[in-house]
Design a protein around this ligand. Sequence first.
Ligand SMILES: [Zn+2]
Length: 168
Amino acid sequence: MRDTLVLNASFEPLSTVTLNRAVVLVLQDKAVVEQAHPALRVRAAAVELPVPRVIRLCRYVRVPFRRRAPWSRRGVLVRDQHRCAYCGRRATTVDHVVPRSQGGADSWMNTVASCAVDNHRKADRTPEQAGMPLLRQPFEPTPADAMLLTLGRDGYEALPDWLAQPAA
Ligand SMILES: [Zn+2]
């Protein structure tokens, strides 16, 4: 099940939460549903409601000015549009550019989408050591982009126009 995008009362994307958490926020009148899945329903506490894709908090939450986009494997795959950074074919895995065994971090700048074959072939080596140059450099999405990205392509396309700004 996809995560639900949470908007601040001011309509800025804040984060994503699990479906269960989103339903609780709505049932507690802490958030309203801005966009729901057209077909799916969820049953909770004797009520049935559409599966929320986007909810908006009823009260404005003050957030630190600069937050960094939370890194996730899923986010990297979506950022790279599921294309392998080494061969351009469909990617299903996330590769550490500098391997973790060499001190490489779980970060946007050190991870790329990779097909399983190239991930296995590159193994515990840097692109230079493996002779496998990157087709494109990894980048860090903005926090708002990352939240939209975590919704996935389907969720992203179904967002209301005012939210569907180009992400990455
Ligand atoms: Zn590949």
